[in-house]
Write a protein that binds this ligand. Structure first.
Ligand code: DX5
Ligand code: ZN
Length: 215
């Protein structure tokens, strides 16, 4: 199981140092939540901030775009040094075009589904995806409760992939993950867990990450 700390819960006055702290604590990926105040009712940061903190770690940067028009900004996030870009299937952009532009630039592409969106919404795009991110909270804020009832979506996506002979699809979950909830995600066959509060509010993030990996 890979753990991707969400920088949404970090101290933004020293984001670079926070990334170093996560790197040293055993984080596998850095998860960066981009919110535009339109797709979700909150605003975070954009490509220039990601570009500025890129040099603080060699770990993959997993950029989660909660924005209405990811197609318009995809190249900015590619230029900022994203290794993985996920965007919402519920967005306003052309999904195929957005996936194509991400992959053409050698970046991994993923689609995200909100809690009310069925797993089948990503089926038309599975052939072109590296990853599917299942939201286990409503996107927009850290510190919410884990929605366990989202986990069966992982099985539905796996079943569709195997039916169509698609290998190696990564499935990630985001929201409410802690050492208390991660076992359920692991049992559902999740590859990557995003964790904000559970890592950043812990006294010792290395211990928190180790406890999650041990589930
Ligand atoms: C929510 C974000 C998450 C969030 C997770 O919209 O996508 O990445 O930071 O935070 P926790 O782990 O606190 O639920
Ligand atoms: Zn996220």
């Amino acid at each position: 199981m890979k753990i991707a700390p969400s920088l949404l819960s970090c101290d933004f006055s020293k984001m670079g140092e926070e990334i170093v702290r996560m790197d040293k604590s055993g984080a596998d990926w850095m998860h960066l939540d981009v919110m535009d105040g339109h797709f979700v009712p909150n605003i975070t940061f954009g490509a220039p901030v990601i570009k500025a903190v890129r040099r603080f770690s060699d770990r993959p940067f997993d950029v989660h775009l909660m924005i209405s028009d990811p197609l318009k900004y995809a190249e900015d996030f590619i230029g900022a040094g994203a290794d993985i870009i996920t965007f919402h299937v519920e967005c306003d952009s052309n999904i195929n075009e957005t996936i194509d532009i991400i992959r053409k630039n050698g970046v991994k592409a993923g689609l995200v589904i909100k809690p009310k969106t069925p797993a089948s919404a990503v089926f038309p795009y599975l052939d072109k995806l590296d990853l599917v991110l299942i939201m286990t909270v409503e996107p927009g804020f850290g510190g919410q409760s884990f929605m366990e009832d989202m986990l069966p979506k992982a099985g539905e996506i796996r079943a569709e992939c195997s039916r169509r002979g698609i290998d190696g699809m990564l499935i990630e979950v985001d929201g409410g993950i802690s050492d208390k909830t991660i076992a359920k995600a692991a049992a559902a066959g999740i590859d990557v867990c995003v964790a904000g509060t559970a890592v950043f509010k812990a006294k010792d993030p290395a211990k928190a990450i180790a406890a999650m990996k041990a589930y």
